[in-house]
Design a protein around this ligand. Structure first.
Ligand code: ATP
Ligand code: MG
Length: 423
């Protein structure tokens, strides 16, 4: 026996039983973005490593320890994208999109992070994300967040919390970092090991520590909001007021910082208590410095990303389901002439807009009819050599009460007979 191969750790197959739900989700998202005037962009899964090192920040978890990086055959350092924003900004710059005016973009697809797999955490996972490039007004923060909030509602998810904070300007953060580090140094011994290390590399990230003792300690720590300039604080108040006007409830979280270095001003996460430790479904914020950091002109931006696996877990828990739709027609056929005709007929019916499952087994009529029942199809079309020669088919209504037997229908009339009125 040959040893069977397995998928890599953290890499998950989506089997046919699950894809209907994924497609429903993607359809809802696509339609939602269309109505919001947001256009899709697709960028490569593989980018130069430098894009993420520069864009996300060397001292972040993502760049520091989660990237799938390798050197390709041409000695170029490459990385499977761990997130979507850096690639979208690179593409916008490379193709001069920003010179055509502000851009409202969305993307979807797989992302790769070398993390410890657990519920709601994989090494290949999927995101849908939005990026508003060239939007500075606080109202753009409100609109971007509302689009996320409403999409989650359209997907049938309630009971979500929008946590929000302001990270202010780079100056605000510099000021705050000094205050925070001074305070944390006094409590150095009470910090977990990871946080002690971050004290020198990326102290703001300590606020995001998942260690419960550190979290308890931080309740007393200086808060970012107190280091914000008046203008930053005003801006934050405008965003909060805008959200309140749309009846989107917010919870201020003074310790919410985001994992990526490029964020400033508005930062937010949408969380659900039903997800356990991996509570965040959607995270985002303003990243006014990123375009410049990647070699473009100063450009104000805001965006967010949703994790689809977590979203599907939530949908499952809230009982929202989507089953694969059954075919309209199950095509039963037996005999050489009928078998050949069935191939042609299936094609014709599909061209007419019907979903047709063609039985290829050559089994007896009885067996094929059982399969037709199990398929959930509305109709069975039965084709034997005798019918085939006469240009006829038997038509059986599988969803009827069984009172009426099959009807004999000329093949030429079949499509019209099966298509729903007006369809
Ligand atoms: P977390 O704190 O859970 O690690 P994050 O801050 O790293 O999240 P982001 O970079 O903001 O996550 O990505 C946006 C969303 O993508 C997350 O809110 C989450 O839903 C999803 N996500 C992130 N990493 C993973 C992963 N490894 N597996 C599945 N989903 C993920
Ligand atoms: Mg993470």
């Amino acid at each position: 026996m040959v040893e069977q191969l397995q998928s890599l750790r953290g890499m998950v197959d989506l089997l046919p039983a699950a894809t209907a739900r994924w497609q429903a989700l993607e359809t809802t998202a696509r339609d939602h973005f269309r109505r919001a005037g947001v256009h899709e962009i697709r960028t490569p899964l593989l980018e130069a490593t430098e894009l993420f090192a520069r864009g996300i920040g060397e001292a972040t978890d993502v760049v520091g320890k989660e990237m799938y990086s390798f050197v390709d055959r041409g000695d170029r350092p490459c990385t499977l994208r761990p997130e979507g924003t850096a690639g979208v900004v690179r593409a916008a710059l490379q193709h001069g999109l920003l010179s055509q005016g502000p851009q409202r973009l969305w993307y979807g697809g797989p992302m790769f992070r070398y993390e410890r797999p657990q519920g709601g955490r994989q090494r290949q996972f999927h995101q849908i994300g939005l990026e508003f490039l060239g939007f500075a007004d606080p109202r753009s923060d409100v609109e971007a967040i509302a689009i996320a909030w409403d999409l989650l509602a359209a997907l049938g998810l309630g009971d979500l919390t929008l946590e929000i904070n302001s990270l202010g300007t780079p100056d605000d953060r510099r000021r705050y970092r000094e205050r925070l580090v001074a305070w944390l140094e006094q409590h150095h011994d009470a910090l977990d090991g990871d946080s002690q290390q971050r004290l020198t590399t990326n102290p703001l990230r300590i606020l995001d520590s998942k260690n419960p003792d550190t979290q308890r300690l931080l309740i007393e720590a200086p808060q970012l909001i107190d280091s914000l300039e008046d203008s930053s604080r005003d801006r934050f108040e405008q965003v909060l007021a805008g959200l309140a006007e749309l009846a989107i409830p917010t919870v201020r979280n003074p310790r919410l910082v985001r994992g990526l270095d490029y964020y400033g001003h508005t930062a937010f996460e949408i969380t659900s208590g039903a997800l356990g430790a991996q509570a965040t479904v959607c995270g985002g914020g303003r990243y006014d410095g990123l375009v410049e950091q990647l070699g473009g002109p100063a450009t104000a931006c805001i965006g967010w990303a949703l994790g689809l696996e977590r979203l599907l877990i939530l949908q499952e828990r809230s009982g929202t389901t989507a089953a694969a739709p059954p075919p309209d027609v199950y095509l039963v056929n037996q005999g050489d002439g009928a078998g050949a005709l069935a191939l042609r007929l299936a094609r014709q019916l599909r061209q007419a807009g019907l979903a047709v499952e063609l039985d290829l087994s050559g089994a007896g009529f009885g067996k094929q009819l059982k399969r037709a029942d199990r398929s959930g199809a509305r109709w069975a079309v039965l084709l034997g050599d005798r019918e085939a020669a006469a240009g006829l088919a038997q038509l059986k209504d599988l969803q009827g009460d069984g009172g009426e037997g099959p009807a004999t229908v000329p093949l030429a009339d079949l499509a019209a007979r099966l298509l729903p009125a007006g369809g």
